[in-house]
Design a protein around this ligand. Structure first.
Ligand SMILES: NC(=O)c1ccc[n+]([C@@H]2O[C@H](COP(=O)([O-])OP(=O)(O)OC[C@H]3O[C@@H](n4cnc5c(N)ncnc54)[C@H](O)[C@@H]3O)[C@@H](O)[C@H]2O)c1
Length: 259
């Protein structure tokens, strides 16, 4: 597409596991909108699945795939070094990464271990700070930074457990970064999608009950799709959203308004 919403913008999208990932919805729509993309997957184990997902994209604007575990500082810095060397700047960054160890994720918050809590917080929240810090010098012309949160950071959602406080912290971090980077015209926002059956979501106990509740109670009586997340991400990354920063957008078929 010529003159797409993100025509010739340089974007990096972290957290592609497979073709069901929210990251893949963002990749698909941003590529269609004309962005030049760098995409990361966590490790060599996930690389073939990430590659297979990217292979389904129309050729011509193929993203560059890099392996990056955000707990590895050298690998993380290497991504931004590649962007600096090959593209010279960065226009948008989308963080689609979360993790909590199963025993902590499946138990009560009051029982969660110190190690599990810190690991979940490091991978799912502090990594967003680290990526933002590395993106800042490449966003001299302004930019857009996005992350994926969930309504369970605002309200108690059964079985979301330790990820509730982690997403609450992520939302708060987003607001702090938005305030700190506003002078540089770097906007920072959160998208909070409703339940989508991805690999990470299937790690929650009773994910299907969570999804069923949304289908029953939401005004639109349906789940959202990874492509719909991608469309909102593309808008927030684009110049059309130039005055939007510091916001959490619930993308959940209206579920969050229901008592
Ligand atoms: N699926 C949902 O229902 C839903 C709803 C709201 C928010 N989210 C959020 O969306 C984001 C993307 O998740 P998803 O649902 O697409 O699942 P997913 O499993 O497709 O993606 C999660 C990604 O995090 C990556 N990851 C975990 N630890 C990592 C590490 N140390 N270094 C680098 N990458 C690491 C995984 O490899 C994977 O690519 C997460 O933040 C998740 O909490 C998901």
């Amino acid at each position: 597409m010529k003159d797409g919403l993100l025509q010739d913008k340089i974007g990096v999208i972290f957290g592609l596991a497979n073709d069901q990932s929210i990251a893949f919805g963002c990749v698909k729509i941003a590529a269609l909108a004309g962005a030049r993309l760098i995409v990361t997957c966590q490790d060599v184990k996930s690389e073939p699945y990430a590659k297979a997902a990217l292979a389904t994209l129309p050729t011509g604007n193929m993203p560059k795939l890099l392996v990056c575990d955000v707990q590895d500082p050298a690998a993380t810095e290497a991504v931004f070094q590649t962007i600096a060397t090959e593209y010279g700047r960065l226009d948008f960054l989308i963080h689609c990464i979360a993790y909590a160890p199963a025993p902590d994720l499946h138990g009560r918050v009051i029982d969660c271990s110190r190690e599990g809590f810190l690991l979940a917080m490091d991978v799912s929240c502090h990594s967003f700070i680290r990526l933002g810090r590395l993106a800042e010098p490449l966003m001299g012309g302004g930019g857009s930074i996005l992350t994926m949160s969930y309504y369970g950071g605002e309200k108690v959602i059964p079985d979301y457990n330790v990820m509730g406080p982690v997403k609450a912290a992520l939302d708060a971090v987003m607001r702090e970064l938005a305030s700190e980077l506003g002078d540089k015209n770097i906007r920072v926002n959160v998208i909070a999608p409703g339940p989508i059956p991805t690999r990470a979501a299937k790690g929650l106990a009773n994910f299907s009950d969570m999804a069923q509740a949304v289908v029953e109670k939401s005004p639109q009586h349906r789940l959202v799709t990874i492509e719909e997340v991608g469309q909102l991400a593309a808008f927030l990354a684009s110049d059309q959203a130039r005055a939007i920063t510091g916001t959490v957008t619930q993308l959940d078929a209206g579920y969050h308004i229901m008592a």
